[in-house]
Design a protein. Sequence first.
Lengths: 566, 231
Amino acid sequence: MKRRTFVKGAAAVSLAAVAASGREAKALPRQASSASVLEGREFFLHIDYAPVNFTGKEAVATAINGQVPGPTLVWQEGETVTIHVTNHLKKSSSIHWHGIILPAPMDGVPGISYDGIAPGETFTYQFKVRQHGTFWYHSHSGYQEQTGMYGAIVIKPKRKEPFAYDRDYTIVLSDWSDEKPTSIYRKLKLSSDYYNYNRRTVGDFFSEVGKKGFTKAFSDRKMWNTMRMSDRDLSDVTGYTYTYLMHGNTPATQFKALFKRGQKIRLRFINGAAMSIFDVRIPGLKMTVVAADGNHVKPVTVDEFRIGVAETYDVIVEPKSQRAYAIFAQSIERSGYALGSLTPSADKLAKAPKMDKPQPLTMSDMGMDMAKAGSKGMKMPMKPYRWKAMEAQKYPVTPLPMATGPQSTMKAMSPKYRLEDPGVGLRNNGRRVLTYADLKNRYTTRHAKKPDREIVLHLTGNMERYMWSINGIKYADAEPLLFHYGERLRITFINDTMMNHPMHLHGMWSDLETGDDSHLVRKHTVLVQPGSKISYRVTVDAKGAWAYHCHLLYHMAGMFRKVVVV
Amino acid sequence: MKTLLKRTLPVLAAGMVLTQQLWSAGADDPLRATLIMDKFEVLDNSEKSREWEGSFYVGYDLDKLYVYSQGAATSEGLEWSQNEFVYSHAIAPFWDIQAGIAYDKNADASKTWAELAIAGLAPYFFETRAALLLNSDGNVGLRLEAEYEALLTQKLILTPSLEADFYTKEDPELGIGSGLSDLEAGLRLRYEFVREFAPYIGVTWEKTFGTTRDYNPVDETSFLVGVRFWF
């Protein structure tokens, strides 16, 4: 091997063993170029091109300190961190600290927080760390995130956490393609189902005819056909071009997390993918979710959870037997998976379980009234009364500009709060799947101010033309959203598209309504299901200009707003 | 033609400037160009005709410049071709309106038309296009096309298609009569090795009607083999 650093999936033990609170976990042996751990108050990050090989073919990544993912940064709550970021690329670059509460000029969004980092320049970020938990960082310039610019942030808490564990691993999930991102985007623009190899076939229709007769099968298809919508449109970019990575490891080389029997293992999952929503499980183990987007939640034990792009979940697992367990993260459209092993020894690897069959979208994903549509497609425990309180909340609504036209195809006729819907692909799968309804803040939010006003944002798009927007207006044509400093704002999303959109508000927390106002769960990224409605509250406590957008990289340019806090 | 360019170039230029402004994400609406050759085939008829049908466009989400071309050639040279150059503007989620010129050419003659068309995806996923033509002789033409893609598997795709041409006046030079002039139905089965490259086999039935039959009596079914490609 040449002297240059190869960021290869083959790096044997890429253990991001982070010092656990209270008891220092031993830093395990680590080979060069797997994601390392940097801890302290001052950091030096170098953005540069680096050769990688995830697919058997050499490609060039935009890497941080020569690593994909970049080094895991370990901070201490209450300290001030200084991060010097040098851009060795030929293009402007940036680093955004995702979910970190900081002054606007430190947020790292070119064109909003600052001008970006010019080639050859060093930008020094400095801010006080006012939170703890699992977060991440990534480039906010062009498509650099797709080509490797992302890494984990672990912030050690000032006070002891309300749960115990012996080992602590950080797991960044991501998607890699040897194709250039601009080429992926061009293909989507030319033919939006380019990467979808799960389209409806004639056979699918005839098997439905066989099941329910021609008339019923035909009439069930009517809505989709007249609206020119596909119930198989689950993800725009798939395993056709993506290799899914678990902390920089391919399913062949596998990420490895070591355990000793009887130990409690904390796994910090971060979805650092450009476009891939993952469904994560560890067959044979229950996972206790203890934090979402860095914030403690009331522990909830599940078999599986969906992690939208940019979300983070901390879980605790207790392996009972001395075998290798598969850490299995299948992409939402089931075209591939990221894989790792939770294993007693690095040479013992787990086998991947079989991927689930992809489920088609239902009428409810189209925002249709299920009762009116008369479909029996979604058999799940719907308890609409639970959300009546949320429906009933009335605050003064600030009207926002709304446009219709070629850029948006559909309108959710009857969008519903679907917090206890695990989402397409996870419904009725026989496993206990985490839903947003399960997420409750560990601490009371009873004293939080009631919202002063509300805004409604429709997530809009045209899949056929591959255009994305908010309220039918793309970012380039939109006025900034005005938030008032000191107010408590309720934001309701209505998803008028057939896709999940992970919506990320910079600079301020999104306190998600999950059915219990006394325990609003604190998030930075909220996955909005197709055809659904969801609400959260924001305490507007950060002056300046902020980005607010869908975190799917190829939706972002259009489905984006600048927020100005005045 | 000049005015058309005068109108479209500023639109294209403005689009390029807009895409430059967005740098916190990739370019939202980058300029793109593509050549799609839907049909590139040899027919098993008496003339062993080689036929093509394709389009090229350059533009943005909502505004594009299109060149459409279709025709047939035999060993004796060009038999016929229909070519269009239009500016295409999106007016509805699935529909574009198009305006420009059409240029028909056969072995002996050629004719230029002014053209107005509507193209898009109709309910039930029918890819359709209707073009209204007008030439200096006062002849009005209407050309209709519809196509459907039925997936037998993810890569094996059956495409029925239908084309019909109508004219208000007879044109001896182009060899067309008034009324329904020509009807063509096709069925093509392609295998997409990759999206961009798909060889196919098929069958096409073509019939001429009315006075068009006096110039060009056609009523034949031909098998064909071809390749669909784009880049």
